[in-house]
Every structure is written in C-alpha cells, then in structure tokens.
Design a binder for this molecule. Structure first.
Ligand code: PEP
Ligand code: MG
Length: 329
C-alpha cells in the first residue's frame, strides 16, 4: 500500500483521454509546504496568509517577518508555483482581542457581511502595501502568484491594483529585488461569479472559493450550527455559478482553479472535470484520492452529463448516477 501510494505521488494527474489536471495544495503556514510536496502537489494553490496574523495575542507580523515566511514557503516548494492569498481576516478568522480588528473595526453585527478579506486590507492601506511588498520580495526566490479574497466590486479591483503598483514603486525606490507576479481573484461572492468576465479584464487568473460561494449564495452562515444542514454544495444555484465561472475563464484562456472544500471532495471531481476545470487546490491529505479519481475519468464521456446534472431535481443523485456510469473502473 505504501509503495502504491508512493508510485501514485509521482504519477502525473492525467485523465484517460489525456487531459492534464493540476492538483495543488492549500497551506496555512510555510511549514506546511513540506507536506504539500510530499503529497505530490504540483504547487500551492492557496496559502492562507491570515494564519500568520492569528493566534499571536494582537501583535501583527511586519514586512520582514512576512517576507521571511513567504520566502520560506517559496523556497520549500523548489520552483513549483506558490499562490499567496492576501489576508482574509474577519468573519470566521478574527484577529485576537485588542488587535487592530478590535481597536478600529469593532461592532460588526454581521461579520460575514462585514469588513473582512480585501475589504479589511483596503481599509488598512499601509498594512496592505506591507503585505504586498513582502509577497513581491518573495517572488525573487521562485514563482509567486497573488490571490485576492472576497472581491465583489470593480472599485476594489482598481484599488487593489493601485496598491500593487505602489508597492512595486516602493520596492524600486528601495532597490529591492522582485520577480514577475501574476494576480488573481477569489470568486467566492455571487456578484463576482456573475461578473467574472469583467473581472478577467483585470486579473490573470481566478480561483473559486466554494466554501464562501456556498455561504453567500445560499445565505447560510458557515459557522452557525443552527443552519449548517442547509449548507448545500449541490444546490443548483451554486453549481451554475461554478459552471459559469469555469466556462468564462476557459473561454478567455485564463487559469481557473477551485480551492474550496469541493476541490478535495471526490464526489465532485467528475462534475468539475466535466465543467472544464483542470486545476484543483485542496488539503494535501486529499490529493491522492482525487488523483485516483482523475486517473479513472474520461472527460469526453463526462462532458455530455453536465447539463443533466445542472437541470436535475436532485443534482447529487443525478451526478452519482451519470458519472459512475461514465467512469471506467
Ligand atoms: C473558500 O471560501 O472556499 C476558501 C477557499 O477560502 P476560506 O475557506 O479560507 O474562506
Ligand atoms: Mg473564502
């Protein structure tokens, strides 16, 4: 079993009909990069940088500390791409008491709809540029991509790109080295999914955050036990937003990935492949199972079933029925 898993780790994820699929890792701290490599991931699709900011008693990491952390992750990945998401602070990931969150931004009645992620970064422009500079500097050590969480407005895109331009200028002025960095948006708010064509005028790639996309599409708080049974990744509205996002990005020739839990759930692999997805980012522990699923999939046979699943009364049941028939065991 060990030998088989080891072989699997070095096997490229290619479908039966020869479609190459990229399986990437989600990490929370630079120390997770070793496990990501071990799992056979071909890069980091989501580095949740907010974990550098949490659980530290309100003190926040400055540019040098962040730079060291991003550089360590990039170096550990040995030339494979590392996608660093700017802080997704707020909502389910609050800063510690008496930190900036408390001092300046208290009283959120509805934190999931409040000042979180890119909204928080744009409200703290100095800290945002500090983080952007740290990420840019890490790009001198390997392939780095920047991912922006929770974007919903075109205005936020403009402000984000301005901040990035400023950060580059500041590094130029200081004579600091940095490399080419692509910038992408998380698609995790329905507004972003519906606007993805316009968003792609400004971004190099998109990554679908299904956890939040489900929460915001269905108006179900991810963290509220009273409604968690209504958190339904198979809801047709959710599936349609995902399908539309993948199609639009593919039509534009831009990279699209899924980095929410769905990417690591084998029940969705066939459907996502059928929708045209070729990049999945997940917890490293999920990579082996998803790879096995990919190796058995034939996207030509899966493709015909997408509409039936999207139209079905019970998409989960329909997907299980159609895709198990289309899989070559
Ligand atoms: C998501 O929302 O799907 C996602 C990947 O981001 P997070 O779970 O960190 O909010
Ligand atoms: Mg999210």
């Amino acid at each position: 079993e060990r030998a088989r898993l080891n072989r699997l780790r070095h096997t490229p994820a290619v479908t039966l009909d020869g479609q190459a699929v990229e399986l990437l890792a989600n990490i929370e701290l630079p120390g997770d990069a070793a496990g990501a490599l071990e799992s056979g991931a071909v890069g980091v699709g989501l580095f949740r940088s907010e974990f550098l900011f949490m659980n530290r008693g309100g003190d926040l990491p400055g540019e040098e500390e962040q730079f060291a952390a991003y550089r360590d992750a990039v170096v550990a990945m040995q030339g494979l791409p590392v996608t660093i998401r700017t802080v997704d602070i707020g909502a389910d990931k609050p800063l510690d008491r008496m930190s900036l969150q408390e001092l300046r931004h208290e009283h959120a009645l509805n934190p999931a709809l409040g000042l979180r992620a890119i909204r928080w970064s744009l409200a703290e422009p100095d800290m945002f540029r500090q983080q952007l500079r740290a990420i840019l500097r890490a790009s001198a050590f390997g392939k780095v991509r920047i991912l922006v969480p929770m974007v919903a407005h075109l205005g936020e895109i403009r402000m984000t790109l301005d901040a990035l331009t400023r950060a580059r200028q500041q590094l130029d002025d200081a004579g600091c080295a940095y490399g080419e960095v692509e910038i992408g948006a998380m698609i995790e708010v329905p507004a972003a999914a519906l606007m993805v064509g316009r968003f792609l005028d400004h971004f190099d790639f998109v990554s679908i955050g299904t956890n939040d996309l489900i929460q915001y599409t269905l108006a179900i708080d991810r963290t509220d036990d009273a409604v968690s049974h209504l958190f339904d990744p198979w809801h047709p509205a959710v599936l349609r937003l995902i399908d539309e996002t993948i199609s639009q990005a593919n039509a534009r020739g831009k990279d699209v990935s899924v980095c929410g839990e769905m990417a690591g759930d084998a029940a969705f692999t066939d459907l996502l492949l059928a929708m045209g997805l070729r990049s999945f980012s997940m917890h490293p522990a999920r990579i082996a199972s998803i790879k096995q699923r990919v190796l058995r999939a034939d996207t030509r046979r899966l493709l015909a079933n997408v509409d039936a699943v999207l139209r079905a009364e019970d998409p989960a049941l329909e997907a299980a029925r159609l895709f198990s028939a289309a899989i070559v065991h």
